[in-house]
Design a protein around this ligand. Structure first.
Ligand SMILES: *Cc1c(COP(=O)(O)O)cnc(C)c1O
Ligand code: SF4
Length: 345
């Protein structure tokens, strides 16, 4: 757990980083350590997992609960913001701790009693809540990282939710296939399919360099089991915020049968300002991607609105409406007129 200290360079202050580690969980897996190419502070893997002194700086806009989960949590382990889907948190631990994590105040092994794994009784209460609301079509397992749980616990949760007729989709938000690919065993894959509900796995990945041979194999095993794979990435300054880094990431995902789903604007989590880019920069990156990369490689650029108001797409606009006419921009940036409709709808 303290192997991160071996990456601290001469120019950094170890006491400051120890202070960071006391405040926010730190962990990196052997698979990710093996990806760190150099001692260079700007290595994209190193920056994601090894603490930095900037984390001690909390800006006034930054919030302990940046996307307002607590406001929509009727029971421990459950967030119900949208009518047709809920988040279910079985655990608050992860194999790695991302330095920019939006739930950094609630994940980690040394967090207080409130963040203990969900007990059997609590899981039962959550399932009873879900069973009682027939609008709930999808259950999203989120983090902590649910795929790090034992196959027995996973299979149990899948079987229990399998008894609720109106739940159709079980979605898993995870970094495990990439950061701890050895956990993607046949028994864990079988656990995801322990009921007839349709599983989707959404992999959190931020850089092409994370894609080791073992990660590629883990995703192939999931895809071969018939599980659709999507990805979510966080736009991170100095890690993936160049046209080339973003293109490489998106192409790598698609080459591994993983469809890019969301590119997240960094949430206002405490001590993460050094990772955030401007939204204008994010939009210009999205335009570049649309301009010259396959449509398969296009995620939706998304902002989770602070205060618990949910997610909105914030990508560039291509269509402009004027009183007399409409105009649409092509992938080269050239504008074209588009006629007004003959009927208003
Ligand atoms: C992000 C999130 C979801 C999932 O949103 P999608 O747009 O369906 O991916 C669901 N519930 C909550 C509370 C969320 O924060
Ligand atoms: S894997 Fe997800 S929940 Fe865990 S530290 Fe990273 S961003 Fe946070």
């Amino acid at each position: 757990m303290s192997s991160w200290k071996t990456y601290v360079s001469q120019t950094e202050s170890l006491p400051a980083l120890e202070q960071v580690a006391e405040r926010y969980a730190v962990s990196i897996t052997p698979a990710m350590e093996a990806c760190i190419a150099s001692e260079a502070p700007h290595d994209p893997i190193r920056q994601q997992f090894i603490p930095q002194a900037e984390e001690l700086i909390t800006h006034p806009d930054e919030l302990a609960d940046p996307i307002g989960d607590k406001l929509h949590s009727p029971l421990r382990g459950l967030v119900h913001r949208y009518p047709d889907r809920v988040l279910l948190t079985l655990t608050h631990t992860c194999p790695v701790y991302c330095r920019f994590c939006f739930r950094r105040e609630v994940v980690g092994p040394n967090s207080h009693g409130a963040h203990k794994p969900l007990t059997e009784a609590e899981l039962e209460a959550v399932c009873a809540y879900i069973a009682g609301d027939s609008n709930i079509w999808e259950v999203i397992f989120t983090g902590g990282d649910p795929l790090a749980l034992s196959p027995q616990r996973l299979g149990h949760a899948v079987e229990r939710l399998g008894t609720i007729a109106h739940v159709k989709i079980l979605r898993w938000h995870t970094r495990v296939p990439v950061v701890a690919p050895s956990l993607i065993t046949p028994t864990r894959i079988a656990a995801l399919r322990a009921s007839s509900k349709t599983p989707y796995v959404v992999i959190h990945s931020n850089h092409a360099k994370e894609w080791t041979d073992a990660a590629r194999q883990a995703c192939a095993d999931l895809a071969d089991a018939g599980i659709p794979l999507l990805a979510q990435s966080v736009l991170l300054r100095g890690i993936n915020d160049t046209p080339q880094a973003l293109e490489d990431l998106m192409r790598t995902l698609v080459e591994n049968r993983v469809k890019p789903y969301y590119l997240h604007q960094g949430d206002l989590a405490p001590g993460t300002a050094h990772f955030r880019t401007s939204i204008a920069h994010g939009q210009s990156l999205m335009k570049g991607l649309r301009g010259h990369v396959s449509g398969l490689c296009q995620p939706t650029y998304i902002l989770d609105i602070p205060g618990g108001h949910g997610k909105s797409p914030i990508g560039p606009e291509y269509l402009s409406m004027h009183a007399e006419r409409m105009e649409v921009e092509d992938f080269r940036g050239k504008k074209h007129p588009y006629p007004r409709p003959y009927k208003e709808r």
